[in-house]
Design a protein around this ligand. Sequence first.
Ligand code: NAP
Length: 532
Amino acid sequence: MQTKIAVPIAAENPDEAKKQIKAALAADAEMLELRSDYLEDLSVDMVKELVGEMKKAGREKVPVIVTCRDEKQGGARKYPDRLRTEVLAGALHAGAEFVDFEYEKFRFVENQEKLRRAQSQRPSSRLILSAHNFETKFAGIGKLYRSILAVYPAAIPKLVYTANHINDCFEGFDLLHQTSGERVVFCMGEAGLISRIIAKKLGSFFTFASIDDKTATAPGQLTIEQLKNLYRFDSVDVETELFGVIADPVGHSLSPAIHNACFAEKNMNKLYLPLLVKGGQSEFELFLNNVIVRKWLSFRGFSVTIPHKQSALDFVRRKLGFIEPLAEKIGAVNTLLIKEDGRTAGYNTDYAAALDSITSALKVERADLKELLVAVIGAGGVARAIVAGLSDVGAKIKIYNRTIQKAERLAAEFDCEFAGLDELSMPDARCSMLDDAKLVVNCTNIGMHPNVDESPLPEKYLKKDMAVFDTVYNPAETLLLKQARQKKAKTIDGLSMFINQAMAQFRLFTSKDASAKLMRKVVERQLSKETN
Ligand code: NAP
């Protein structure tokens, strides 16, 4: 059984429904679900005609589901049970392969008799009995699954619940793993997103995707284009190895797009997911332990970012895994590997990525950075990795930060100088260190989209014999870099560092080199989509 992509047709009237049917088929829908509860002035004849239209448009090859959802379980309009069951019976009569009805309401004799009778007249058709929880997990999902099959053994159970945290998804995954045959289980909400993406790996009968953002019928539903192109739906199977970026927020991460494009280019049976892990250390550890005990999920590696890099280091320490020495010194792990036997390893690809960006732009070796005078602006996570890398090669660093105490702490750890960021912005001030600096690195958010008219450094400090590295990569050319270029200083953009760290992660994940050119192309395409 191959998991199919079902696209809901959710329209107020038949004309609009016909347009959606055409669009869904053009987008390669593998199943069509007519959400008849969205139709105004619903009638049996209206649904029969639309079923005929769907069968014809799909050349009898695209299975049709008809649903008339109860308002209390997420239905768009309030229609009585009597009309809803008549609509479903009519849909079966008109050739729909599946009708979907609420398990809770199926237990009423009148509903059950009508649907059993209609289905027996079309023996090849199937009844989906569904249950929804829009608030939280089901209390006992396994019991619910078994009771549906006890009431109607030929039914396809469909269990859908809201995941309030990514850790809520695992009960649904377990149910899919422990059962077989036709059944549908997935989670709603942003935290449940991965359950829609890995439905095919876990063998769910179908997963929903919408034609576009406007026609989504449930929170967290992806578009068919995202599922197929971004999340490699056609290539996924039970053997697919999983990777992902653990972050909060995660929605705008570019990592799924670049890693999946590189997996696809190399024809690797691997899939990279956005993993929204809310909370602190304990939620982070619970997520990883959930993954490690379920070997059949085959999670192999993670990119780790805000706010979990420190937790990732602590996790590997506690598991007695391998920690790359510089990651230990930086105090942050941004790449986590899980071996098949559950052993863990932690790395930090940020410092090497930054050093490589600097050395390749300056056309020098790391050893040539010894004694180089560097001004680092910022004292957060990225500054930490860059200061650690630069101090490791012997550069002389001064750290400037808005919160001077943070600059002081970082400077003390790596034996650097420090000052407040305001020291640079005083109108008549000249900062002698910056007058002599050969490299300036911006590690703050200043200048990042949408605040593209801001720069962390007054223009007067920029000069010809200086290199300026801005770690901000959206936009690729920040105001700081533009002004530096105009002063004929050498410029290094944040995209090169971003791509270098992703290249290093890809190597750790796969032992193979990704194409930097492809990564840059994907990042630039994503960024232009976001800013337009
Ligand atoms: P972080 O740990 O939150 O640190 C943010 C830093 O920016 C702190 O030093 C903070 O100063 C400073 N800052 C923020 N807003 C400011 C403002 N309005 N005025 C002055 N200072 C401000 O974040 P991070 O992980 O280090 O990321 C920092 C930047 O690095 C991000 O903007 C991102 O674009 C870039 N980055 C690049 C890459 C890459 O691969 N190229 C990777 C990750 C991040 P306080 O200490 O005073 O709060």
